[in-house]
Structures are given as structure tokens and as C-alpha cells.
Design a binder for this molecule. Structure first.
Ligand SMILES: NC(=O)c1ccc[n+]([C@@H]2O[C@H](COP(=O)([O-])OP(=O)(O)OC[C@H]3O[C@@H](n4cnc5c(N)ncnc54)[C@H](O)[C@@H]3O)[C@@H](O)[C@H]2O)c1
Length: 353
């Protein structure tokens, strides 16, 4: 019989209940869900009953005492550090939702705890699992687009003030639209182009909503990557969901990829490329026959969250490096802090300066 990794979920009432647990039970082939824990007893019990999970509880120490190999942490962001460290101490492998933590100091403490306990850690940048995003990466990395010049990644939603919503409280979330959605976008651009953000600047504003603390609902960030390409990462909590395009654009010297809806929780989207290197010299007429080289892509979407569970389970089974390791989580946190500084000091900031 194929060995399956035995999992527990910490914080089972939000994204875990909406996406990860349903996909876990439906499609994950290398994983078995043994226990769920939530600070809310009602949520823990209801999720366990709904998905036929054998055990539920309301305390970390109880779930960590179970015979489980790995935990999926899907709690508000200010709990990630503490719960990662507790899980590492208990010898459990950890799949932690993004953002890794709410400070670089916390990310470093998590790194130390995980390294010391010799367990595996993966950050939940699940949008890498979208089949269109994988294809975009394959095209870029095989050199089909030539030298990369620019990438844009957008993710938006309508997120009005909601009493008690932790994302609207800077002490819990660290920030608004960028930390919540832009970290996925940044990760995608870096992963697709196999590069890292080195300089950041931009604008962030609280333009529309009256949140209780000043986290931005409008974030437009400019990035320079190590490979020289520029990036635009735009995230808004104030655009109607029906109008969301969630654009991914990748432009290089030999052509472009344009995608819609491939950044988000759904595993689908639309994507085409126009790859047509300029064969002649400068053309003053700038003839744009861009239909000639247009390729449309059509793929079946596979659940991003179920794939994430299987990928991490496989890493544990094969003792291999997780696809989004500690260092990438830490880097993402470093960019978040560089952006905060860029906003505060109204200038371009080098990541890690
Ligand atoms: N990768 C993605 O696509 C994606 C999507 C949504 C959320 N997230 C991330 O997942 C995490 C959770 O977000 P959410 O939208 O599910 O939030 P949520 O508020 O909807 O759900 C969080 C759950 O954690 C529980 N909880 C709160 N404090 C807890 C504690 N101390 N111990 C145990 N349980 C606790 C809550 O009762 C709730 O059931 C965040 O880090 C968020 O950024 C990732």
C-alpha cells in the first residue's frame, strides 16, 4: 500500500474549509486528513463533521500530540510564527499559508526553529500550481520570449469594511492589498522569470474604504528584478469582483504572454502568446500584425490547493526540497518590508538594504 502523509489543519474555518480541505479530500492522493484544530470550537466541529475528519480540537497542543506527520497552518497571519515554531518543536512538517509572518524578525525565528528541528517547511504560494502559470513559466524559461523586459501581475477583489475582519487590522495582517494579494503576484513574476526583486517603489493608499486601521485598499508597486526586467504589481481591495481581470502580462524581446484570471483561487484562466521576433531592422511604419503569431492555450484546471498538499506530501515522502522553501518565504517578507519603507520614505528602496 502507498504510504500517505498524515495531516492536521490549524485554523480550519476560512480558506482551509473553502478550498484546501475540500480539495484534500477529493484529489490529494498522497495525503490523509486526520485532525482539524480551530480556536472556534463550533468551526472545528462543523468542519470535521462536514468532511468526515476523525478528530477535531481547539488547542495546538492537542493536535500536535496526535499521530500526524504534517500540519497546514491557515490562521490569521500574526499566528503563523508562533504556530510554526510550536509545530517544529513537536517534530511536524509545516505547510504555512502566506504571508510567512508579519515581520522579518518572525520569519527569522521560524527559520531557526524549522532548521533546528530538521523538519520541512513550505509556504503556500499555491498560484504556481495554476496550469496556465506553469505554461507561462515554461515558455519564459525556454527562452521563447527572448530577454525579459517587463512583467505585470494583478489581483483584486471587493473587500469592504467588515467588523472584526483581521485583514483590516494592521497589527494582525501587517498590511492591506499588497501583503494579502500582492505577495502571490510578486512570487509568480519571480518564479516565472526565475529572478528576484531587488528594488521597489510605488504608491499605496486607503482610497475608498473606511478600515479601522490604515491598511491600503489600493497598491501599485514598481519592481526592478535581478535580471533587469521591470515589474508592475497592482492590487486593489476596491474593484468589483465582476470586473476583476487579474491580468498576468509577460513581455520579452521576442514576444509576449497575456493571461486573464490565472492569478486567483480558481485553477483556470485564459491565456495567449504572441511570439514573433522582429526579423527586419527598424520599421518606421511599426506594422503590428499581431494576429499572425497568436497562440491560444486551453487546459483543464486542477485544484491549486489539493496540488499543494500533494506536492508537500511528496517532498516528505521522498525527503526532497519543497518547491517554496524557507528562503523564498523570507525573501517575500523582506520585499514586504522594503515596500513599507519605500512608502514611508517616498523613494526607491533596495530589498534588504
Ligand atoms: N493561498 C491562498 O490563496 C489564500 C487564500 C486565502 C487566505 N490565505 C491565507 O490563509 C490564512 C487564513 O486566512 P483566511 O482567509 O482563511 O482567514 P479566516 O479568518 O477566514 O479563517 C481563519 C481561521 O482561523 C481560525 N483561527 C483564528 N485564530 C486562530 C488561532 N489562534 N488558532 C487556531 N485557529 C485560529 C479562525 O477561527 C478561522 O476559522 C492567512 O494567512 C491568509 O493570508 C491564503
Amino acid at each position: 500500500m502507498v504510504k500517505k502523509i498524515r495531516w492536521g489543519v490549524i485554523g480550519c474555518g476560512g480558506i482551509a474549509a473553502r478550498r484546501t480541505i475540500p480539495e484534500f479530500t477529493k484529489m490529494a492522493s498522497k495525503a490523509e486528513l486526520v485532525s482539524v484544530m480551530d480556536i472556534s470550537e463550533q468551526r472545528a466541529r462543523e468542519v470535521a463533521e462536514k468532511f468526515g475528519i476523525p478528530h477535531w480540537c481547539t488547542q495546538e497542543k492537542e493536535i500536535l500530540a496526535k499521530d500526524i506527520d504534517a500540519v497546514y497552518i491557515a490562521t490569521p497571519s500574526n499566528k503563523h510564527a508562533e504556530q510554526t515554531m510550536m509545530s517544529a518543536c513537536a517534530g511536524k512538517h509545516i505547510l504555512c499559508e502566506k504571508p510567512m509572518a508579519i515581520s522579518l524578525v518572525e520569519a527569522d525565528a521560524m527559520t531557526n526553529a524549522v532548521t533546528k528541528a530538521n523538519v520541512k517547511f513550505m509556504l503556500g504560494f499555491c498560484m504556481r500550481n495554476n496550469v496556465y502559470n506553469k505554461k507561462a513559466r515554461e515558455l519564459v524559461q525556454s527562452g521563447k520570449l527572448g530577454q525579459m523586459v517587463m512583467g505585470r501581475a494583478e489581483l483584486t477583489c471587493w473587500y469592504p469594511p467588515i467588523p472584526g475582519a483581521w485583514r483590516q487590522d494592521a497589527k494582525i495582517s501587517k498590511g492591506g492589498a499588497f501583503v494579502d494579494m500582492g505577495t502571490h503576484c510578486l512570487d509568480l513574476l519571480e518564479w516565472i522569470m526565475d529572478t528576484r526583486a531587488v528594488e521597489v517603489t510605488g504608491f499605496q493608499d486607503l482610497l475608498v474604504h473606511q478600515y479601522p486601521t490604515k491598511v491600503e485598499d489600493t497598491s501599485t508597486i514598481l519592481v526592478r528584478f535581478e535580471n533587469g526586467a521591470h515589474g508592475v504589481i497592482d492590487n486593489y481591495f476596491n474593484l468589483p469582483d465582476a470586473a476583476a481581470q487579474n491580468v498576468l502580462e509577460l513581455h520579452g524581446t521576442k514576444g509576449s504572454i497575456l493571461a486573464h484570471g490565472t492569478i486567483g483561487q480558481d485553477p483556470t484562466g485564459k491565456m495567449f502568446s504572441i511570439i514573433q521576433p522582429q526579423e527586419t531592422g527598424y520599421d518606421a511604419h511599426q506594422v503590428r500584425n499581431n494576429e499572425a503569431a497568436r497562440d491560444e492555450y486551453h487546459f483543464e484546471g486542477i485544484g491549486l490547493y489539493g496540488q499543494m498538499i500533494d506536492l508537500f506530501s511528496e517532498c516528505i515522502l521522498n525527503d526532497s526540497e519543497p518547491p517554496v522553501p524557507l528562503a523564498e518565504g523570507r525573501h517575500s517578507m523582506q520585499v514586504v518590508e522594503a515596500i513599507e519603507r519605500a512608502m514611508r520614505e517616498r523613494r526607491v528602496v533596495r530589498v534588504g538594504e
